[in-house]
Ligand binder design. Structure first.
Ligand SMILES: NC(=O)C1=CN([C@@H]2O[C@H](COP(=O)(O)OP(=O)(O)OC[C@H]3O[C@@H](n4cnc5c(N)ncnc54)[C@H](OP(=O)(O)O)[C@@H]3O)[C@@H](O)[C@H]2O)C=CC1
Ligand SMILES: CCCCC/C=C\CC(=O)/C=C/C=C/C=C/[C@@H](O)CCCC(=O)O
Length: 329
């Protein structure tokens, strides 16, 4: 018998999450049955989507949603032998049992030199999000100038680097001078600290006087209202997320998009990474190849200890992370 620790949503978040919104619990797992595997979490992901999704997909008392890279420790399923690593969406739990249907093996031939935690970041869901947002939604093409915000984070840092691999000019914004230095280090052409510029409009104009063709939006709200005005004709906006809105207790309102959308003939499209699931295997292989070739750099912000999951989650929402926010058990 194995005891699993879990983090549950004690109270729905109101505004910015608080420690008292979470509760750690322990449960005894049953014996595994034929076809089942028992696995233990090695790395867990904390992601922005957990904040808005909790309100829609969770009830108070539920285990917090989320993905982990886990090691199979007991197996009655030949597809997942003991010792193999899986990506599982079983939430904030140290141990889980599954019949394997919802498990994803890490890419085969994962090199020892590349941390398996990247299966939650650059070679996982955030990397896929960056790739599909640029290639499928923005449909980047020759000569495009790309803008991405939350650029030093898990998704944004991959967006900028893929755009550079493909030969485009890239501008990024982030919330500290250290993050701006990091963006320059990984190849962004221009980067600025959105918290310290005196005018966002001027900063965007200075970084690209010609304007922008592709805007990969992770932030939404006021940033987007200003950025839309800097788009070039026939520009494309991939609406990936709106982290500046997730903790609002009252909905923010306009300026509204219609005038600029019509005059500049813009295309704006929201998307969820799962739309291209059928392409995930080949895309993950491409991301892995770029990492191996040193073209796609990664950074991780690692918090140690399962007991620190809420702190890691709240820290990520506050911007403490450069690169992917991960908890190592
Ligand atoms: N549509 C989809 O399928 C998916 C969408 N997403 C979305 O992508 C975005 C980035 O996610 P991810 O890369 O995992 O997270 P990040 O690693 O970028 O971490 C979140 C970052 O958001 C920034 N941030 C927090 N509050 C604000 C604010 N008020 N204004 C501007 N920036 C803020 C912080 O960086 P800073 O210091 O720069 O402020 C923080 O580090 C999110 O909006 C997320 O919801 C992610 C995955 C899939
Ligand atoms: C302007 C408000 C927009 C609200 C949008 C909310 C969230 C956007 C977002 O971050 C979506 C993320 C979706 C992630 C989906 C993940 C799962 O399909 C798979 C998770 C497993 C894994 O990490 O591999």
């Amino acid at each position: 018998m194995v005891n699993a620790k879990t983090w549950t949503l004690r109270k729905h978040f109101v505004g910015f999450p608080k420690c008292s919104d979470f509760e750690m619990k322990e449960e005894q797992l049953p014996e595994t049955k034929d076809g089942e595997v028992l696995f233990e979490a090695v790395f867990l992901s904390v992601d922005p989507y957990m904040r808005p999704y909790s309100a829609v997909h969770m009830k108070e008392g539920n285990v917090m949603i989320g993905a982990q890279v886990a090691r199979v420790v007991e197996s009655k399923n030949p597809s997942f032998p003991v010792g193999c690593y899986v990506v599982a969406s079983t939430g904030w739990r140290t141990h889980s049992i599954s019949d394997g249907k919802d498990l994803q093996l890490l890419l085969t031939d994962w090199p020892e030199s590349i941390p398996k935690s990247l299966g939650l970041g650059t070679i996982g869901m955030p990397g896929l999000t960056a790739y599909y947002g640029l290639m499928e939604v923005c449909q980047i093409k020759d000569g495009d100038i790309v803008l991405v915000n939350a650029a030093a984070g898990a998704v944004g840092s991959v967006v900028g680097q893929i755009a550079k691999i493909k030969g485009f000019k890239v501008v990024g914004s982030a919330g500290s001078d250290n993050k701006v230095a990091y963006l320059k280090q990984i190849g962004f052409d221009e980067a600025f600290n959105y918290k310290t510029v005196s005018s966002l409009e001027e900063a965007l104009k200075k970084c690209s006087p010609e304007g922008y063709d592709c805007y990969f939006d992770n932030v939404g709200g006021q940033f987007s209202s200003v950025a839309l005005e800097q788009m070039r004709r026939f520009g494309r906006i991939a609406v990936c997320g709106g982290i500046s809105l997730y903790n609002d207790t009252t909905k923010q309102t306009g300026p509204y998009v219609q005038t600029v959308m019509v005059f500049k003939q813009l295309r704006m499209e929201g998307f969820i990474v799962g739309r291209w699931k059928h392409k995930d295997e080949e895309t993950l292989k491409q991301l892995m190849a770029w990492v191996k070739e040193g073209k796609l750099k990664y950074e991780e912000h690692i918090t140690k200890g399962f007991e620190n999951m809420p702190a890691a989650f709240m820290g990520m929402l506050k911007g403490e992370n450069t690169g992917k926010a991960i908890v190592a058990v």
